[in-house]
Write a protein that binds this ligand. Structure first.
Ligand code: DQQ
Length: 540
């Protein structure tokens, strides 16, 4: 089926066909990255039966699709093999915990492990005959108990996991300790609970270093370590994180800032990015984040095209040492191996109200790095505006202010009947302090009318003497944008009908009324990744 085939991505992970959602059990094992994912083998919708797809890679970019890892063949997962996480024990043994939806649609936790640990591809999986290993505890709804995390070690030498749930409207993270992943002890209380946040899906809990930029194994605690707790809010389908302290003695996560608590505080991404999960990559000593990027078109269109969803380019996650109050997310370095020809533009002058076509080759597969500076006079002379600005509601890239918007139009066609602006909008407050918003505007991204054209974005911290900078990965129907080295990210799905293949163009734009913007850019054409079925005959 070649319908809408230009929307297929070239270097983002996706199955050959059908529906995909959450990332599951990512890990590095014996030379291979493993990626499992929620998958419907029967169609392009979430429905029928969700099982675990499986793919492996040497570099997190090129992938081989393997047979389904687990299907819904037991009473305890017959309504779905749902999300779960991998734990690698100290002797190298792999433990997989996942949620099953039972024959009565009760959410239970199950244990699985590789049938042959000496097979680096881990093709075959065994479900523990004693499953399920956990039922919803008293007081917890049968359908509010899912998505076990990777386990971490307690100071007593036991393994500890957390599982998302809710009580009334309070989102909670339940805690269990175990020694063998078969018998679990429910710990009284919660790791964290936040009123009015609803069901917590896909909780993630991990340490980050406040000193160095390498990642930390999930069990690390102690000096120079902060903890990150992330929840996926079923209510609004966004991933929120909080930075804080893990009080191991009282088994509590304590956020640094109660206004930036779990379910309330910053988001990993202000666009489309959900049910994400990190893993510690012991081969490169980094923590890597996977997130599901769902479609913004209609279910009807997904069915017609025969597939739905992509995964984000894996991102390394570190603590921002400069602000101390947010994470830095950055596309894994391996994606740079796909860079082909580079067009470099130096000190382009974009006057107020200007559009500058950038002469690049093809523009559907790009890696862009851009820096922007507002001329000094405008910064100094512009009177404060006290403007209330919000990417989502302030009129997008066509609303003009003194110091914004300016940025790039990606996936644009020559006539500008379609384009997606990724831009900054700077505001000067009455105190003279500048505030920078970073947005992605989908309102003119497609001539099709059955797609969601919301505008996304948020504030991005900009420190003294920093230029404004953005990195944008463009891949046919997905645009992943990172501002200020990864302090804020915005991902969007866009569905151009004209700005496709050779017809796609790239523009620099400046819609500010006062600011002249000096822009320098590097634009790389991106190669396609090999993402294809594994041929067992080629196995060496
Ligand atoms: N998706 C899974 C659940 C999880 C949800 C089912 C999040 O385990 O809570 O496909 O997208």
């Amino acid at each position: 089926n070649s319908m809408l085939s230009w929307q297929r991505t070239a270097f983002h992970f996706q199955p050959e066909k059908n529906w995909m959602n959450d990332p599951n059990g990512p890990m590095y094992y014996r030379g291979w990255y493993h990626f499992f994912y929620q998958y419907n083998p029967y169609g392009a919708i979430w429905g029928n039966i969700i099982v675990w797809g499986h793919a492996v890679s040497r570099d997190l970019i090129h992938w081989l699709h393997l047979p389904l890892a687990m299907v819904a063949d037991q009473w305890y997962d017959t309504n779905g093999v749902w999300t779960g996480s991998a734990t690698i024990l100290r002797d190298g043994q792999v433990i997989m915990l996942y949620t099953g939806s039972t024959n009565e649609s009760v959410q239970v936790q199950n244990l699985a492990y590789p049938a042959d640990p000496s097979d680096p591809l881990l093709v075959d999986w065994i479900k523990y005959p004693g499953n399920p290993v956990l039922y919803p505890p008293p007081g917890i709804g049968a359908k509010d108990f899912r998505d076990p995390t990777t386990a971490w070690l307690t100071s007593e030498g036991k393994w500890r996991i957390t599982i998302g749930s809710k009580i009334n409207r309070t989102g909670i993270a339940l805690i269990y300790d175990t020694q063998d992943f078969k018998n679990f002890e429910l710990i009284e209380g919660t790791l964290r609970a936040v009123p009015s946040t609803g069901m917590w899906e896909c909780v993630d809990f991990y340490p980050v270093s406040s000193k160095v930029d390498n990642g930390l194994d999930t069990s690390i605690i102690g000096a120079n370590v902060k903890h990150v707790m992330k929840v996926s809010l079923d209510d609004d389908r966004h991933d929120y994180y909080a930075l804080g302290t893990y009080d191991e003695k009282n088994i509590k996560f304590i956020p640094d800032d109660l206004n930036n608590d779990v379910g309330i505080g910053p988001r990993y991404d202000y666009g489309t990015f959900y049910a994400s999960k990190t893993f510690y990559d012991q081969s490169k000593g980094r923590r890597v984040l996977w997130g599901w990027i769902q479609e913004a078109d209609s279910e009807h269109t997904d069915v017609a095209k025969g597939w739905a969803s992509v995964q984000g380019i894996p991102r390394t996650v570190t603590l921002d040492k400069k602000t101390g109050s947010n994470l830095i997310q950055w596309p894994i370095e391996e994606v740079e191996k796909l860079r082909l020809r580079c067009n470099e533009f130096k000190d382009l002058n974009a006057l107020p109200g200007s559009l500058v076509p950038l002469d690049t080759a093809t523009n559907t597969q790009l890696d862009i790095e851009a820096e922007f500076e507002i001329n000094k006079e405008a910064l100094e002379n512009t009177s404060h505006s006290n403007e209330e600005y919000k990417c989502e509601t302030s009129g997008g890239a066509s609303q003009r202010g003194a110091l914004g918007p300016f940025g790039l139009l990606v996936l644009a066609d020559e006539d500008l009947s379609e384009y997606t602006p990724v831009y900054f909008y700077v505001i000067k407050g009455s105190d003279g302090v500048l505030k920078t918003h970073f947005c992605s505007d989908q309102s003119r991204s497609s001539l099709a009318n059955d797609v969601n054209k919301q505008i996304f974005g948020s504030i991005v911290p900009v420190l003294k003497n920093e230029k404004l900078s953005v990195r944008i990965l463009v891949d046919h129907s997905v645009v992943e944008s990172f501002a200020q080295g990864g302090r804020t990210s915005v991902t969007s799905r866009v569905y151009p009908t004209k700005a496709i293949y050779g017809a796609a163009r790239l523009f620099l734009f400046n819609n500010a009324t006062d600011a002249t913007v000096i822009a320098s850019l590097k634009v790389w054409q991106m190669n396609s990744a090999f993402i294809r079925p594994f041929n067992p005959n080629q196995r060496t």
